[in-house]
Design a protein. Structure first.
Length: 305
């Protein structure tokens, strides 16, 4: 089987070497398309592929139509909103992700950004500490669990809400489970977002919700840009001059947010999974999942059932 690795933003060399070893070790052929600059390059490359591994690359209906032999796409990472899952299902193409492989990297970035934030972005003025602060985690998946683990090292009080995770499972991890998003924001100094971008979550982080944060509250987003209601958050930050917004996904309204100097920071590009370790873990996991699919039809990580 021909396996295409299509990455406009390439994997690290160690990851490529690991993917190559997995794919070729199973008797399949690996084709690399790295740093491509035109969509046509992707369309041409995917035409003869039986499987494809992507990172943040867009797998649109046009791409899927060009992929006449394609049977499976694996997004190396947790999120998969860059793949048109519904259209892939129509084309009988399995879509999978690699949950958990980037989770520690994202969780560590949360605290790198938080320390930067509470120390006033290192502007020389006195800041505050994370110890004793109440941290709310919205969605208690792989990343959320790692955030909770690290937060305990800072001696923070940790709360969490997840509509799909039983309270008992949250409590078993040594975290205080709450009954709703509203209660989470009402109880916390800081809320860290780890929700996917779905019809239910898009624009859901609005002024009414964020406005419940304690004085000098911080909203930190390492999840998806689409979950933030940007116009409402802009208005709220203008009204509440104590709030900070820190994000790993540059908002559409980045220039407008920048007027809140000392209270807003965005990474230039999404950095959550940008570590050598996460890069390698996700890539090799994707290769193993493709090999398992071709070997025995395993679809354990399918997201478009």
């Amino acid at each position: 089987m021909k396996v295409l690795v299509a990455t406009e933003k390439p994997f690290a060399k160690a990851a490529v070497d690991g993917i190559k070893a997995e794919i070729e070790g199973a008797g399949n052929e690996l084709v690399l398309l790295e740093k491509y600059t035109e969509k046509q390059q992707l369309l041409d490359a995917v035409a003869g592929a039986d499987a494809m591994i992507v990172r943040s690359d867009k797998v649109t209906p046009e791409v899927l139509d060009a992929a006449k032999q394609l049977k499976i796409v694996v997004r190396a990472g947790a999120g998969y909103d860059n793949v048109d899952c519904a259209y892939a299902k129509e084309k009988n193409v399995v879509v999978e992700n690699t949950p958990g492989q980037n989770s520690n990297a994202v969780a560590e970035l949360v605290f790198g950004l938080l320390v930067y934030g509470v120390r006033n972005f290192y502007n020389g003025k006195s800041g505050s500490e994370l110890k004793g602060k109440k941290l709310g985690i919205l969605a208690f998946g792989n990343v959320g669990r790692n955030v909770a683990r690290i937060a305990k090292g800072f001696e923070m009080e940790v709360y969490a809400y997840d509509a799909f995770c039983p309270k008992e499972a949250i409590e078993a991890a040594g975290v205080k489970a709450v009954d709703s998003q509203d209660v989470l924001f009402e109880n916390c100094d800081i809320v860290s977002l780890h929700i996917p971008a779905t019809p239910e979550t898009k624009q859901s982080i609005n002024a009414a919700l964020v406005g419940k944060l304690h004085k000098n509250g911080i909203l930190i987003n390492t999840a998806r840009k689409e979950v933030i209601n940007e116009p409402e958050l802009l208005a709220l930050m203008a009204e509440r001059t104590d709030l900070k917004f820190i994000t790993d996904i540059m908002p559409d309204a980045n220039e407008e947010f920048q007027k809140f100097e000392g209270r807003y920071f965005s990474t230039p590009k999404k950095m959550g999974a940008q570590t050598a370790e996460a890069n390698t873990n996700a890539g090799i996991a994707a290769a193993k999942q493709i090999n398992a699919f071709f070997a025995d039809g395993c679809t354990k990580f399918q997201v478009n059932k």
